[in-house]
Design a protein around this ligand. Sequence first.
Ligand SMILES: [Zn+2]
Length: 324
Amino acid sequence: MTKTVLIASIMHETNTFSRQPTGLEEYRRRYDHRGDAVPKAFRGTATEMGAFIAAADQHGWTLRHPIAAAATPAGKVTKAAWDELSGALLAEVDDKVEGILLALHGAMVTESTDDAEGELLARIRQKIGPDVPIAITLDLHANVSDRMAEHANIIIAYRTYPHVDQFERGIQAAELVQRAMAGEIRPRTVVARRPTLDGLDHGRTTTPGPMTEMLERADRCEKEPGILVVSVHAGFGWADIRDAGPSVTVTGDGERPQFRAIAEELMDEVWRTRRQSSVTFYSVDEAIEVAESPTARASLSSSPTPPTTPAAAAMAMRPICFPR
Ligand SMILES: [Zn+2]
């Protein structure tokens, strides 16, 4: 029997210190696809949504794809934009839906809620009841709340930074939802955090350090019986919210104390290594001095702001390039 699966994506990495609000116009500027425009935009792409669509083709699912929208990182998402975006998704959630796959960022804050993903998942859960499996994929820089872990059966974060494994994580999520819909597994997720905004060397995976070591440990834990996914989240500390910072989620088959024990053990290590950083932070004057040296090839930006996301710069300096 063909399964009805809802796939959707609403993404934002919110810097709550930015004064630049993120409205619908900012979503449209990056992308805001609705209905049939969603598979048109994502089929055959190496994205989470591309993976969900590929899995649907393989398993013969009937898909609902109400929305795929993302805006460039900046300040809080306006209440109007959030109501409209989440409303478009929720309108397609009913008792015919047998599985849900969401590609989220995990660090979205709106004018009306500090935990946008948690609220979205709670509202979906309210509509579909406890038995329909929900899997979410997250950016590695997600702030994972208890509410997210309570309402998403499966949480899967990227394992690369720069992020290049979106397709793999999407397929992983889709396969677990398929197994859950078939009654093979009953996934549940727990999350562990510590009172730190920073850690895991900001999630850097290109050099040896806390993040790569933790991912190796996560890989080993995933080989243990009953463990389905162990995700290591570096967090997004530039958010003035309760749950900002690193976390570990463990998705297991059923509910066992062992899942929480693994999450807590890994977070003990995140806490222990929280001050390890491979990034050198300069003061503004020092940074300008470095950039002006004759041999420098430099791009200046504030640390919470990747140079590729200038929209967040309202809170700090604008990226300045020094051509040499
Ligand atoms: Zn990220």
